[in-house]
Design a binder for this molecule. Structure first.
Ligand code: AMP
Length: 113
């Protein structure tokens, strides 16, 4: 997608701190971290959000999340983490390319809203 910042990051047109990449996803460090560890899981395929996501893309995303669960030690998340995906205005989504925030590296608060 031409004007999508995350597509540009995935393609290497915009620099990022990549911590993992495979055929389906890139995991980068968020530029504005909200926790000791704040990563973003970016599916390589462009779709805006879970409403636009196809069932095939949902299947791929589930595989990405499962893979993430197998990398917790190398990512420093072995004591737990939180996954968040903001959607739309009320969800405060600011980038229209589905992404999952991965938060951890410290004790997180118990409020989510
Ligand atoms: P959201 O507000 O849920 O759409 O999340 C977008 C996230 O992308 C925010 O946490 C931003 O800090 C992050 N972000 C925006 N631009 C970049 C970038 N160039 N590299 C890394 N993270 C970014």
């Amino acid at each position: 997608m031409e004007n999508c910042i995350f597509c540009k990051i995935i393609n290497g047109d915009i620099p990022s701190e990549r911590v993992y990449e495979d055929e389906n996803m890139v995991i980068i460090k968020d530029v504005n971290p909200q926790a000791a560890i704040h990563l973003l899981l970016l599916p390589k395929e462009h779709y805006a959000d879970i409403e636009e996501m196809t069932y095939a893309q949902a299947h791929t995303l589930a595989e990405c999340v499962k893979k993430l669960s197998e990398m917790t030690k190398q990512l420093g998340l072995e004591n737990g983490f939180r996954l968040v995906s903001n959607k739309g205005k009320h969800g405060c989504q600011s980038v229209g390319h589905l992404h999952i925030h991965i938060l951890g590296g410290e004790q997180l608060g118990d409020r989510m809203g």
